[in-house]
Design a protein around this ligand. Sequence first.
Ligand code: GN1
Ligand code: MG
Length: 359
Amino acid sequence: MRDEIYRFPIDGRPIRCDEIRSGHVNTTYLITTDAGARYILQDVNTYAFPKTYIIMDNIAAISRYLAERGGAKNAMISYIDTVDGERYFDDGKGGAWRVYRFVENSVCLDRASRDEDFHECARAFGAFQNSLCGFPAERLGETIEDFHNTPARYRQFREAVERDACGRLGGVREEVAFVLDREEKASQLQRMRDAGELPTRVTHNDTKINNVLFDADTRRAICVIDLDTVMPGLSAYDFGDAIRFGASTAAEDEKDLDKVGLDLHLFRVFARGFVEACPSLTEKEIACLPLGAYTMTLECGSRFLADYLKGDKYFSIEYPEHNLDRARTQLKLVRDMEEKWDEMCRIVGEETSHGKYWD
Ligand code: GN1
Ligand code: MG
């Protein structure tokens, strides 16, 4: 048993604790009590999130905002305060723990097994963003500084390359060059954000399909979870990260790169659902959705590769080359998006009846 659970007011006595091995950053447990209640206990990775209080303050602020509008239950998961009335339990040893009630009859999907799943995922993230479009995003703290600031990610990437802390650079020169060659296009979104051309919104920033809870029977989305990276951002980040993960023809760590590519049909399904659920998107934001997909994929590839070079400090791995395999799938996906760029733009145009913006 993880004793940290006793710091939370739960129904019954905990009798079972199972680790849930999904997610690359936090450690997650399912706790069952003798009263038949189930809870999710999470050990927040304080290497990735040194400022846990910012996460929990952000979540509290947006939960309050949504609750006042009667929408909290449908939009996102909410956490239970500790017995001392704190938002999380600081164990004094560098650990930060939090709990939410397990949503019964819910499932997480690692991939969409049919179009409707991905459409639901798109609607969940689109609705999340839309329901918060009136929230003053600048009131939220940055839970990880420069999280999707791609030029800043490039600086971190270069540092990892220059340091080559584990002597792994020799084996990945081709991948490194691929990333560096694309800095210009990868920096476009940030430049537009800096120039105030795109609205800063409250965004989720980690929109993998497995961050949505689905009803096990109806397969409708219940709510979005994993709110650690909710902070000010661009709509293109949420669209893009979801495409990167969910519209790929293969798993994020597929070794056979011939299997990896962008599924344009799923791209269309997601674009349709996202735009439907988020009518507050501006014309320019819509036009930037393909660029969001491209940028998030390249950025994520550079993060996996940088972590591989640093010795796998950030993402949890199951074998030594895991981060390298992940990086390679992302870069393959980027290449495929370059080939399918015109079609991506055309599809977004068709699904939203706005014209093509990027050439
Ligand atoms: C991490 O925690 P998880 O697995 O939902 C990461 C995302 C990456 C993703 C890649 C806080 O998400 O940014 O896109 O892995 N989260 C954080 O799978 O860094
Ligand atoms: Mg997650």
